[in-house]
Design a protein around this ligand. Structure first.
Ligand code: SF4
Length: 453
């Protein structure tokens, strides 16, 4: 059966969260250092592994489609003061967590982490290793921009303990690249990937975007063929959401050059079929992986998880967010750092943790999060599992949601019976819509979300 059902996609065409967390970050409100510290104390009581997220906000050019929190500058001297502040934050955070707790995952994101020099990346990695207790075998990943990376950088990253890389590609077509201000050749990308594999990196991940200006099914076919040659372990295929009122760089995109809604769906459909035919597994929510990749294995074995970096294999980690705008998930809370770099510096200078907002997760949030997590990671939900974990009667607790789900059952998105929900092939692309039924915050939310497809 096909994943792609045009009539259903059009019927369920609406906007919604991507559920990298529940509650989603738009619900965060005031959250103090004291709130954060008491959640760290709670997490130390529970113990468990740690995942570190380190944000490097700088980019030396701006991609016009960008919706990230970044600082665009060609001035490399900006990196050192940032690192100095980040090191202070690492010292403070490292002192809060029990040293017996091991770091099993680390991710450097941005911005562009490879804006830092090889020596700066090395120093940052060493700093983290001195402040936290790293497991011998962990998943340590970094986002790199192939335009500024050579073999020496790859060697330095391997030395700094990274074993996974993630590369932004988006599209190899030159006209598309010019239209989004990101010129990056296939050869440049291939050489970085070849070098990473030669230096023992275990996994290569590539990001693509459909719906960019100047794209068509025909142009994207060539990009996909080239991606097929690179054979990354993981592929993210994101839908470009044109929201120029929210993201300033997008104002430089020529609206008239954007593909029509039908063309965009045709690109998506072609890409989906192409990747499946190439042997990739559809993990869910824009993500594909080779069947032997840990993500696909975790999904098959029932322990896939989703967090702010997308899908993850280590479900029980507390996430420590470090650096500008980073988000953490510690104890029963989410928390986010200052998004403004000057305010971030001021908070650090004052000897404070730069946490600015967050949310304590109540029991209802936990129940709904467990439901959404099972659906988005495994496409099924066993009611008895939720009833046992949270001591509720599922059909009473979710009486309203079950009414909405009945229509999705009739439409063939899922099979709903007295014991479970099983998402069907044609419901997998609409998993966000299915999760939204369980979201208690959506009705009162004023946030502008991207389209679910
Ligand atoms: S898309 Fe990535 S590399 Fe491009 S400007 Fe945004 S953060 Fe920087």
């Amino acid at each position: 059966m096909s994943l792609f059902d045009l009539a259903l996609i059009k019927k369920y065409d609406r906007s919604g969260p991507r559920y990298t967390s529940y509650p989603t970050a738009n619900n965060f409100s005031a959250f103090t250092q004291t709130d954060y510290e008491s959640q760290v104390a709670l997490s130390n009581e529970r113990q468990g592994p740690i995942s570190l997220y380190c944000h490097i906000p700088f980019c030396d050019t701006v991609c016009f489609y960008c919706g990230c929190n970044k600082v665009v500058t060609k001035d490399k001297t900006k990196a050192e003061p940032y690192l100095a502040a980040l090191f202070k934050e690492i010292d403070q955070q490292g002192a809060l967590f029990d040293h017996s707790r091991q770091v099993e995952q680390m991710h450097f994101g941005g911005g562009t982490p490879t804006f830092l020099s090889n020596e700066q990346i090395m120093r940052l990695s060493e700093k983290l290793q001195s402040a936290f207790n790293f497991a011998d075998e962990g998943e340590y990943s970094i986002e790199i921009d192939p335009r500024g990376v050579d073999e020496d950088t790859i060697k330095a990253l391997a030395k700094a303990r990274f074993n996974r890389i993630s590369l932004g590609v988006q599209d190899f077509n030159e006209d598309v690249q010019k239209a989004v201000n990101r010129i990056q050749s296939f050869e440049q990308t291939k050489s970085v990937i070849d070098s990473a594999r030669a230096h023992g990196f275990e996994s290569v991940s590539i990001d693509l975007i459909y719906g960019l200006p100047k794209q068509s099914v025909e142009t994207f076919k060539t990009t996909l063929k080239q991606v097929g040659e690179l054979r990354p372990d993981r592929i993210s295929l994101f839908n470009y959401a044109h929201l120029p009122e929210l993201f300033k760089p997008q104002r430089r995109i020529d609206v008239l050059a954007l593909p029509s809604a039908d063309e965009k769906l045709a690109i998506f459909q072609y890409s989906m079929n192409f990747l499946l035919a190439q042997g990739y597994v559809y993990i869910g929510m824009d993500h594909f992986s080779l069947p032997e990749d840990p993500l696909a294995i975790a999904q098959r074995e029932g322990h896939l998880y989703r967090n702010f970096q997308g899908y993850a294999t280590h479900a029980d980690c507390d996430i420590v967010g470090l650096g500008l705008s980073s988000i953490g998930q510690v104890g029963d809370s989410f928390s986010q750092n200052e998004k403004n770099i000057e305010q971030y510096y001021q908070r650090i200078e004052a000897g404070e943790l730069p946490v600015i907002k967050g949310q304590l997760i109540n029991n209802d949030d936990k129940i709904r999060r467990a439901v959404i997590m099972d659906l988005i990671c495994h496409f099924e939900l066993n009611f008895a599992k939720v009833e046992q974990a949270f001591d509720i009667n599922f059909s009473e607790y979710f009486a309203n949601a079950l009414v909405e789900l009945a229509e999705m059952h009739t439409d063939g998105l899922l099979v709903l019976d007295a014991h479970s929900i099983k998402v069907q092939e044609k419901g997998k692309l609409l998993i966000r819509n299915i999760c939204m039924v369980f979201d208690a915050y959506l009705a009162s939310s004023k946030t502008q979300f991207s389209k679910t497809i």
